[in-house]
Design a protein around this ligand. Structure first.
Ligand code: SF4
Length: 455
């Protein structure tokens, strides 16, 4: 029978769909496989072990995944003669039976809590006859995978989960069913991890949780989220960011920490989802539009130079043109600097999936277009306001426009492009902080030129 040690030398490839938590878990999977002697490769065709870290928040991701997994069946055999296809993350956790039916090419389905067992599961799967799918989706939600090795995609940034799960049960959302109730990590555990990632080059720490503002509520004697933020900022890390924030739990203390601790970046992503009180109530969000606008005003007043961004959903069941108009109005009224816009995605098992008056797809698409125009207007305005200013950028590498143009983000999380200085390799500047004079605003980024030395 194969053992995890028999995996040494096999090539692996990991593909990630979905949110930052998924990216973080993919880094844990990679770290664990590295520790067992597997070797990362950059294409599925070269890999003996292909791992798909899945997301079940949107239906489109499901369909996309099934297509990619079935394509594995016709791919040439890898060096070892056998390719193991493993489905991890939320889709496997939610419905392993469906993985069996929709993805017959899969050899293994492992849930969000089974990551520590992955090498053993791969070894067991490879020891059985092809065509049988091995499933491990137990739900011991008390286990954390944070002490596993981690293979960070970028040395300069570390995703650090501070809590798992969610208690909110928004009526459209599958997350609480898949990831369970809120469980916070202790502050000592989080700070120890931040010490380790700093020692290995992280300059930016991204604190993750489905609802970071309710951090610590489930544990005795832990700091509040605002206090934790301050402690993290004082570790000496250059940049601290966090996501996601639920408006009903955002505190003045958090805004004060953002205003007072220079390492906490002045960017707040606060999901509004809708501007209609009727739809917010149907979504189970537990705030009204006026509450959101008051929070937005307070955040802008307390945090100098804040960029406020949000998520907005169109086409929620029962959404009328008047409800949609209220969402359009919110884009201007909340003084937003950007937003992610989505069409409501019906997820089986949620309350909203059973609601009457599902909005026809063509109506939802037409609303999405109008909303995207409104969002583009406010982000273009925010970008124009940067022209003539000087921003600090953490360099992330070459832009999609090619290696002669580098990119990174400003403290407010604006995307900044600038020409690579002559004679300097991309790798030399990646992970450095540089000053950029902003000269031009584009729809999705600003561009300028480096001023001064990298640090
Ligand atoms: S806060 Fe609502 S939308 Fe966010 S993860 Fe929890 S249930 Fe889902």
């Amino acid at each position: 029978m194969s053992t995890p040690s028999s995996l040494a030398g096999l090539a692996y490839w990991v593909k990630t769909f979905g949110c930052q938590m998924n990216f973080h878990e993919a880094e844990r999977v990679s770290g664990l496989l590295d520790a067992h002697g597997l070797l990362p490769v950059t294409t599925a065709e070269e890999a003996d072990v292909c791992i798909f870290m899945t997301c079940c928040v949107r239906e489109k991701a499901d369909t996309h995944l099934a297509g990619q997994v079935s394509a594995m069946a016709s791919a040439p055999a890898p060096p070892s003669g056998r390719r193991t296809v493993a489905i991890g993350g939320c889709i496997a956790q939610r419905d392993a039976e469906n993985v069996r039916i929709a993805m017959p090419r899969a050899d293994l389905a492992f849930g969000t809590q089974a990551i520590p067992k992955l090498p053993e599961l791969i070894a067991r799967s490879r020891a059985t006859k092809p065509g049988r799918i091995l499933v491990d989706v137990e739900e011991p939600y008390d286990a954390f995978s944070t002490d596993l090795p981690q293979h960070r995609a970028n040395a300069w940034r570390a995703w650090v989960p501070i809590m798992y799960g969610c208690n909110n049960f928004c009526t459209y959302c599958i997350v609480p069913y898949v990831r369970g109730r809120e469980r916070s990590r202790t502050a000592a555990d989080i700070l120890a991890e931040i010490g380790r990632v700093r020692a290995t080059g992280a300059r930016e720490v991204y604190l993750l949780g489905q609802n970071v503002n309710s951090y610590g509520h489930d544990l005795e004697g832990q700091p509040t989220f605002a206090e934790l933020l301050r402690e993290v900022a004082r570790t000496g890390v250059d940049r601290v960011r966090f996501t996601s924030s639920h408006p009903k739990d955002l505190t003045v203390g958090t805004l004060e920490a953002m205003a007072e601790e220079p390492a906490i970046m002045p960017h707040l992503h606060l999901a509004a989802q809708s501007g209609s009180d009727r739809i917010l109530a149907a979504m189970g969000r537990r705030y009204r539009k006026a509450d959101y606008l008051a929070l937005a005003r307070e955040a802008h007043a307390r945090v100098p130079g804040l960029a406020l961004t949000t998520d907005l959903i169109v086409g929620f069941p029962g959404e009328t043109e008047a409800d949609f108009q209220a969402t359009l109005d919110l884009v201007d009224e909340a003084d937003l600097q950007g937003a992610y816009t989505f069409i409501y995605s019906k997820r089986a098992g949620t309350k909203a999936a059973e609601m009457p008056d599902q909005v026809p797809s063509e109506v939802a698409h037409e609303r999405l277009e109008r909303l995207a125009e409104a969002v583009q207007r406010v982000s273009a305005k925010a970008h124009r306001a940067l022209v003539g200013t000087h921003v600090e950028v953490l360099v992330e590498g070459a832009s999609k426009r090619g290696g002669e143009v580098l990119m990174g983000h400003s403290p407010e999380n604006y995307t900044v492009h600038f020409p690579k200085p002559k004679g300097v390799a991309v790798e030399e500047l990646t992970g450095a902080i540089v000053d950029v004079d902003v000269e031009e605003a584009r729809s999705f980024y600003v561009q300028g030129k480096i001023a001064g030395e990298a640090r």
